[in-house]
Design a binder for this molecule. Structure first.
Ligand code: FMN
Length: 143
């Protein structure tokens, strides 16, 4: 619940800061080295970082493209969940986002397979295999 609350608060903060002409970037990557973040921020027991949020003014000399989003039919449902051609819409998005990443000079696995790719091995967990032990160190009891 506290993770959901943190995300809701951060999203409201981003809306507010964008209304002031600032920009924000969430940094979930800090969970790759949770122990270092806890140390740096001197977090008390029973506190853990969910993500970071960088705030600042965008550099006009480095314009960034807005990443294409999933079509609205895939993320917004009326009354009941699902869309009859959802799979096709996701496949179309896979093509669209791959083209975007290529334009940005990035090579990434197929978008819809990225979550599985991230869980493929210890190496692809990028340090997140330590999260459970770090939470224990923050005195979160796990059974
Ligand atoms: C929970 C969360 C964690 C994220 N973590 C990172 C991150 O670690 N590094 C990063 O470059 N972008 C991260 N992002 C993505 C960016 O903050 C941003 O949403 C994305 O680049 C899309 O930008 P755009 O809205 O300008 O298209 C994260 C986004 C979310 C919602």
């Amino acid at each position: 619940m506290s993770s959901i609350d943190a995300a809701l608060a951060a999203q409201n903060a981003v809306v507010a800061l964008e209304s002031l002409g600032l920009g924000g970037v969430y940094i979930g990557a800090l969970r790759n080295n949770l122990a270092a973040v806890i140390d740096e921020l001197q977090l008390s027991p029973l506190v853990f970082p969910v993500f970071g949020l960088c705030v600042g003014y965008a550099d006009p000399d480095k314009p960034a493209s807005v990443k294409p989003r999933l079509p609205q039919q895939v993320v917004l449902h009326q009354e009941t969940y699902g869309h009859p051609v959802e799979q096709q819409l996701v496949e179309d998005y896979d093509q669209h986002i791959s083209a975007f990443y290529r334009e940005q000079g990035l090579t990434t696995p197929k978008w819809s397979e990225q979550p599985v790719e991230r869980l493929r091995s210890i190496q692809t967990l990028n340090g997140r295999e330590h999260i459970s032990a770090v939470l224990k160190g923050q005195r979160f009891e796990q059974k």
